[in-house]
Design a protein. Structure first.
Length: 428
């Protein structure tokens, strides 16, 4: 049974998305025809951002053109490590709203997408609500709302928005969100099914690469390393600069014992995209391999000092494991006050454990496993907390994690074996 703080009523919401997704998947591999009376949207231009910039130059008083520039810039930021696109998006959307403050659906959607990209999820939810109120039969606002609600931890609302998105526009974006919703509810098999449908419906190489690396992530969480690597390679063949596919390829290479290849892949990745998550996993692989990791840890420490705004969960994880765990607890406690998501619960529980506050950590760690996807890392963390408290079953949980995914983390898999008292424990 799925439990949200002890409330089981949301299981029905997860089943609702599944029922809708399953029905749509039965339509087959072809893209569904638009409903009668609607014209299918034309394919986007080869370079949507360049085309949007040209449109604003040609029509500087056109609010819709500026909104399209904002949307295109946010979309580009999703696939490139350059931060300038978000700044450009903010300016373009502000210009659009200045030109047309009322009934500007496109700018409301773009502003919601921008807020989600900046992890300003409460603001994104308000933009999503405004857009869906303004145009309840248009799909894009529900995509914004679904993304915001799932990050804020309002899972019934996220499921409802995803359901509506599937009803209105059963395309790649809708099935990708259905996949994420199902994964969050622990329904991994159905999540894979929905993501495969999203890949079938993807219309551009960028969309296809995104879907392929998401399939890789789903396979990774199940310990299916060869399948994960195949998906990541597919994504990189479609789009060589997909940084999350490159991250997945590095991680699977490490898990498959190809350490030098993994170190090279991570090194190339952080050189062009020095994001905290990538820096942290490179540092932990270096530490596990007996290599120095001072440069990466110093870079992460600098990121912590410079950080403003919403908490980056990878930076909080760095603090908990390699820095000041008490600071991680403070930051994550504040974030938990803003959003009660499974992801924040897991990181807060771990930070509390690392700070020696295992009794407080336990409810968060259990919530992350029972209410979320139950990843190998989250189950290991629960096992570590229970082990620290001397609870029965802790070692069995740690062994189960290592049996299902022996190399779930270059760094923490070794820690799990240490807790069990023998290097090979849990693999028998």
């Amino acid at each position: 049974m799925i439990r949200w703080h002890g409330i089981a009523a949301t299981v029905g919401g997860g089943l609702l998305v599944l029922a809708c997704a399953a029905g749509l998947l039965a339509l087959g591999p072809g893209t569904p025809a638009p409903p009668p009376g609607r014209v299918a949207a034309p394919p986007p231009p080869a370079d949507r951002l360049a085309a949007a910039r040209q449109a604003t130059e040609a029509r500087p008083q056109d609010a819709t053109a500026w909104a399209e520039l904002g949307l295109a810039a946010v979309d580009r930021a999703r696939t490139t490590p350059e931060g300038g696109q978000l700044t450009e998006a903010a300016r373009a959307l502000a210009d659009s709203l200045a030109l047309r403050p009322e009934h500007n659906y496109e700018a409301q959607v773009g502003s919601g997408m921008l807020a989600n990209a900046r992890h300003e999820f409460a603001a994104a939810r308000e933009f999503g609500r405004s857009a869906t109120t303004m145009a309840p039969d248009r799909a894009a606002g529900y995509a914004v709302l679904a993304d915001a609600e799932i990050q804020l931890g309002d899972y019934p609302a996220a499921t409802a928005a995803t359901q509506r998105l599937l009803d209105l526009a059963p395309g790649s974006a809708a099935f990708t969100r259905a996949s994420y919703d199902l994964e969050t509810h622990g329904r991994t098999g159905e999540a894979v099914f929905a993501q495969e449908r999203a890949l079938e419906l993807a219309g551009t190489p960028e969309e296809q690469a995104f879907c392929a690396h998401r399939l890789g992530d789903l396979a990774w969480e199940q310990g299916e390393l060869a399948t994960a690597e195949q998906h990541y390679r597919h994504a990189l063949a479609l789009r060589s600069d997909d940084r999350f596919a490159a991250f997945g390829a590095a991680r699977t290479a490490a898990a498959l014992g190809r350490t030098e290849e993994a170190l090279q892949r991570y090194g190339e990745l952080v050189e062009r995209a020095p994001q905290p998550q990538f820096l942290l996993e490179l540092a932990e692989l270096q530490l596990a391999a007996g290599h120095p990791a001072a440069a990466q840890l110093a870079a992460l420490d600098a990121e912590v000092r410079l950080a403003t705004g919403p908490v980056d969960l990878a930076l909080a994880r760095y603090l908990a494991d390699h820095g000041d765990a008490a600071q991680a607890v403070r930051l994550l406690t504040e974030e938990w006050g803003r959003r009660r998501s499974v992801l924040v619960a897991e990181e807060l529980g771990w930070a509390l454990h690392r700070a020696g506050r295992d009794g407080e950590a336990l409810p968060h760690a259990r919530f992350a496993v029972e209410s979320g996807s139950g990843s190998a890392l989250s189950r290991y963390r629960l096992g570590a907390v229970e082990h620290a408290l001397g609870l029965p079953g802790a070692d069995d949980l740690l062994r189960a994690v290592l049996r299902s995914h022996p190399h779930f983390s270059a760094y923490h898999a070794g820690k799990a074996r240490q807790l069990l008292g023998a290097p090979g424990e849990g693999e028998r």
